[in-house]
Design a protein around this ligand. Structure first.
Ligand SMILES: CC(C)(COP(=O)(O)OP(=O)(O)OC[C@H]1O[C@@H](n2cnc3c(N)ncnc32)[C@H](O)[C@@H]1OP(=O)(O)O)[C@@H](O)C(=O)NCCC(=O)NCCS
Length: 427
């Protein structure tokens, strides 16, 4: 066991892009390799000092299901670095960070890379079950006639391909429908959601203009000629306005809904990673860590209730483990899957009913200081590549905590399956 803490040495991400745009010909692996390569170069870490890699990915690449190991093999890192890939839905990169941190705390390793990637431009498109069965049967057939016969049961409707749905398998509701349900049940108004979206764009625009966010990005060269270099996020709207947001139609409940393309996180491609070390190792290698991991927690709620309320439970757990309260935080970075989900979780943290019924406490968790919340923007403005978001948030929070010479920062991520992840960083 290490006696010290787990240090966040540095982080790096690709620019994030609306899926189907600049990265449409790249894979999640390409994006993950670009940011890990840059992380290693920038930190000048001795590749031989890296003991392990964990990456998150939510919709797996069928041809490279263990993304993390392919990143090691494809970036010139020593081939003896073991690696595995995790799926905790939108909190996958946070899970990767927690797993590397656990291994460091247990004394099994001294340094590791953790992050994640997602390409919604490159999702596996499946054949129908009938069609797949016919293919399998045909591959075993001993004669051309038997091969043909295998397809005789296939009907026209079986030819339609199936793309993965962004829906909750246990309830069938999409994430957007679930956010809509939360907005309605918690009384979150359209205006409140649009304000969260507006601030996301404004804060992200300011942090991009003054170079805070661009400093965290690597350039990505794109095929076919590898002459074009992507250097900025392409979802951010510097000219976002409350009026333009208010004019957008509701998407998931067209008649009575409040969730729009403007106050939801968009479908995004991108990758992000951090370099973690034990405190002793970081110091002996001459690094000044950005921050240290103080605590973390995961929690889950019933997906049949309000799906994206996991942070409302994980946040107080992580704060308790860190032995601090909401008021001690210099910064809070909440993943914005939907503005309705951010508002609902804040409402829960400030609610006595939530405290009593869900946490078994007599008092609310505390007040969320809006001026310390998502000060560099969030997933609504920047985008949300599912597998990568946790590493983006960790990097930005650690950098901003250092910049402000703050003591504590909290991040939270809601995830499919009713899960929530929260982590406290300290300096
Ligand atoms: C909400 C969603 C369906 C919208 O998809 P989309 O229709 O492809 O989104 P677009 O980017 O084309 O935006 C739709 C329109 O809104 C406009 N728009 C989006 N944000 C805007 C803003 N802030 N201000 C003004 N206009 C905006 C776009 O310009 C576009 O206008 P157009 O139709 O005139 O071109 C999609 O982003 C989605 O599914 N998001 C949720 C993802 C999710 O479930 N994540 C899991 C989280 S747990």
């Amino acid at each position: 066991m290490t006696n010290g803490r787990v240090a966040i040495v540095a982080g790096c991400r690709t620019p994030f892009a609306k899926s189907g745009t600049v990265y449409r010909d790249l894979t999640a692996l390409d994006l993950a390799k670009a940011c890990v390569r840059e992380l290693v170069e920038r930190t000048e870490v001795d590749p031989g000092a890296i003991d392990y890699a964990v990456m998150g990915q939510v919709i797996p690449s069928v041809k490279a299901p263990n993304l993390a190991r392919e990143v090691v093999l494809g970036t010139g890192l020593p081939k003896g670095i073991p690696a595995h890939t995790v799926n905790r839905a939108c909190a996958s990169a946070s899970e990767a960070i927690a797993e590397v941190a656990s291994a460091i705390m247990a004394g099994h390793i001294e340094a590791g890379i953790a992050g994640g990637a997602e390409s919604l431009s490159d999702v596996p498109i499946l054949h129908s079950r009938k069609m797949a069965q016919a293919f399998v049967e045909a591959s075993r057939a001993r004669s051309p006639f038997a091969r043909l016969k295998a397809f005789s049961k296939v009907r026209l409707r079986d030819l339609a391909p199936e793309a993965p749905a962004i829906a909750e398998p246990s309830t069938g509701l999409t994430m957007g429908e679930s956010a809509e349900k939360m907005a309605k049940e918690n009384g979150i108004t359209r205006e409140e959601q649009d304000r969260i979206a507006f601030l996301s764009h404004m804060n992200a625009a300011a942090a991009t203009a003054d170079g805070r966010l661009t400093a965290e990005m690597c350039a990505v060269l794109v095929p076919p000629r590898y002459e074009v270099s992507v250097t900025t996020d392409n979802l951010l709207r510097k000219d976002a306005s409350m009026e333009a947001l208010a004019a957008l139609p509701a998407v998931f409940d067209r008649k009575y809904g409040t969730v729009t393309a403007g106050n939801a996180s968009p479908l995004t491609d991108g990758a992000a990673a951090v370099l973690l070390m034990s405190e002793e190792k970081a110091k002996s290698e001459g690094y000044e860590p950005l921050a240290y991991i103080r605590s973390w927690a995961v929690a889950a709620v019933d997906p049949g209730g309000q799906l994206l309320m996991g942070p409302g439970i994980a946040i107080p757990m992580a704060l308790d483990r860190a032995r601090i309260g909401l008021a001690d935080l210099d910064l809070i970075d909440m993943h914005e899957a939907f503005a309705a989900q951010v508002a609902s979780n804040i409402q829960a943290l400030e609610s006595e009913t939530w405290a009593r019924e869900k946490l078994g406490r007599s008092k609310p968790v505390g007040t969320v200081d809006r001026d310390r919340l998502n000060v560099c923007g969030g997933s609504i403005a920047l985008g949300h590549p599912f597998g990568a978001t946790g590493a983006r948030i960790t990097t930005t929070l650690a950098n901003e905590l250092k910049r402000r010479n703050g003591a504590f920062g909290l991040l939270s991520v809601c995830a499919q399956g009713g899960m929530g992840f929260a982590m406290v960083l300290e300096r």
